[in-house]
Design a protein around this ligand. Structure first.
Ligand SMILES: [Zn+2]
Length: 252
């Protein structure tokens, strides 16, 4: 393609040139659309320690690019190494690269309402959710998913789903945004330690405070070694049913 040279012109002359320019640019735009349809909008950020990079793909939602760079990414790069320190054990290898991809519409076919998910070293987030939750749940939701990326550093996934989700919500609600009190339990009579997400996060936080300060790291480590209910006897000296009963009592 012939490059279009646009010399510096006075404002008056520039306006005169516009119709010609519009024709030329129109032809140019058409040529480029067919030649390079897949140009992506990627921004890569590095954590302070220089060890990890996070790439944001805002191709689908360029309107969110600036908000991510200014508001979300500073927290994301700050928290990636923090989550590693909070949940991993020596020998685990957290991914050194993570991608964060914005997607419009329903992000998992057949599951409208899913705000984000983690898969294969990357996080996919719903652009609609991010737009509507800029001052609400947006960043906390990313922190939860980022915990799943860090968990993958254990190299396996042999722990039950409730513990994996419980740890991710523990990071979010008890470490990242504790002031929001998002994992409070409104009806203790119905609480179950393995109810997943916020409820399991509440249980794990109670075990950590009352019995074992290392419980989060130890539980995360079972992702690679395998989990059984003996885990609780070994770490706290109590069975899971004893712990659950004591925890429920503490909630009243
Ligand atoms: Zn999750």
């Amino acid at each position: 393609m012939i490059p279009i040279m646009i010399p510096a012109l006075s404002l008056k002359n520039r306006w005169r040139l516009l119709p010609v320019l519009a024709l030329l640019l129109g032809a140019r735009a058409n040529a480029e659309t067919s030649a390079a349809p897949d140009a992506k909008l990627l921004d890569t950020f590095t954590t302070k320690d220089g060890k990890y990079t996070i790439t944001v793909d805002s191709t689908a939602s360029p309107d969110l690019r600036e908000w991510f760079a200014k508001n979300a990414i500073p927290k994301v790069v700050d928290w990636y190494p923090k989550i590693i320190d909070l949940i991993l054990s020596p020998g685990d290898k957290p991914p050194s690269k993570m991608t964060l991809t914005l997607k419009n519409g329903v992000i998992i076919p057949g599951n409208p309402g899913v705000p984000a998910y983690a898969s294969g070293g990357g996080i996919v987030v719903s652009s609609d959710f991010m737009r509507s939750q800029k001052d609400g749940e947006a960043v906390g939701c990313i922190i939860h998913e980022m915990t799943h990326i860090v968990q993958s550093g254990t190299g396996a996934s042999k722990a039950p789903g409730w513990s994996v989700e419980g740890v991710a919500d523990w990071v979010r609600w008890y470490q990242f945004e504790p002031r929001k009190k998002g994992a409070e339990i409104s009806d203790p009579s119905k609480a179950k330690y393995d109810a997943s997400y916020r409820v399991s996060a509440n249980f794990l936080n109670w075990v950590m405070k009352s019995h074992d300060k290392q419980i989060i790291k130890e539980l995360t480590h079972t992702m690679s070694t395998g989990y059984s209910d003996d885990f609780w006897i070994k770490t706290t000296g109590k069975s899971i049913s004893e712990l659950e009963a004591k925890w429920k009592k503490s909630l009243k």
